[in-house]
Design a protein around this ligand. Sequence first.
Ligand SMILES: [Fe+2]
Length: 299
Amino acid sequence: MQKILKTYQSTLAADNDHPFLHGPFTPAMDEYVADTDSMQVIGEIPKDLHGIYVRNTHNQVHESIGMYHPFDGDGMLHAMHFEGGKATYRNRFVLTTGFLAEQAAGRSLWPGMLSPQLQARRGWGAMGAMKDNAGTDVKIHAGKLLAGMSQGSEPWRLDPITLETLGPDEDWARYVPDGVASHYKVDSETGEMMFFNYPEKPPYMNYGVIDRHNRLVHYVPIELPGARWPHDMGITRNYTILHDLPFHFDNELLAKGQRKMMFYPDRPARWHPAAPWRLGLGALVRGHALPHPAPGQLL
Ligand SMILES: [Fe+2]
């Protein structure tokens, strides 16, 4: 069985020749469900394989305002679900606030990251100009999918089987006004999610932990000497390792609203181990209740 569940209407112009809207990047407007019988299976699907493989993509629906960047496209998840020797494929858009608004309007309402000066209404992201496209990240945490655009959208929860959008995270996102950077990590042993963000104002980085019950149990400033542009973080069993690398915005220009990336070869790379909280987490796993932090403790 292969079925189209919904078809969206694209407004991309027929002569739009942007390379990131063609070939393997051609946006898909159909949402499908397909089972094993409609796929070519090479070999045999192991009967004890039970879980999903899921990926997030940027899948632009409307002609963009200003120049398109491949990270601007609307978020669409594709998932292959394995169970009992069978596979089921699904794809669905992440129905963010901005996506639904543009669906209602039938056109783009927000410019992409290369044209923030064309902003006509309040948006999301560090510059407050973009749409919350939720197309870069996806992970499983607390029994649900969590999809987002690095610091550019709220964290969105989706059903891992149906890919139905359940809504922006209700439990902790409001306590994290600077958002969640890409490359947050989920500890497969404890179910905790470790994340960071890097606002362009002091303290320039924050670090947080969401427990397996989806409670924000730790959120602390990481004071850096200026605005940075970190990409990733690491986790080990006992430590989270945060990065302060010498490739970032020229901070003097940034104070004037100009963003120019610079490499500072005379500055050492620094690795910040955020350890004490993680060492304490074993207590939670063993069943000791931790108080849910009050908003005043976090902001
Ligand atoms: Fe990345």
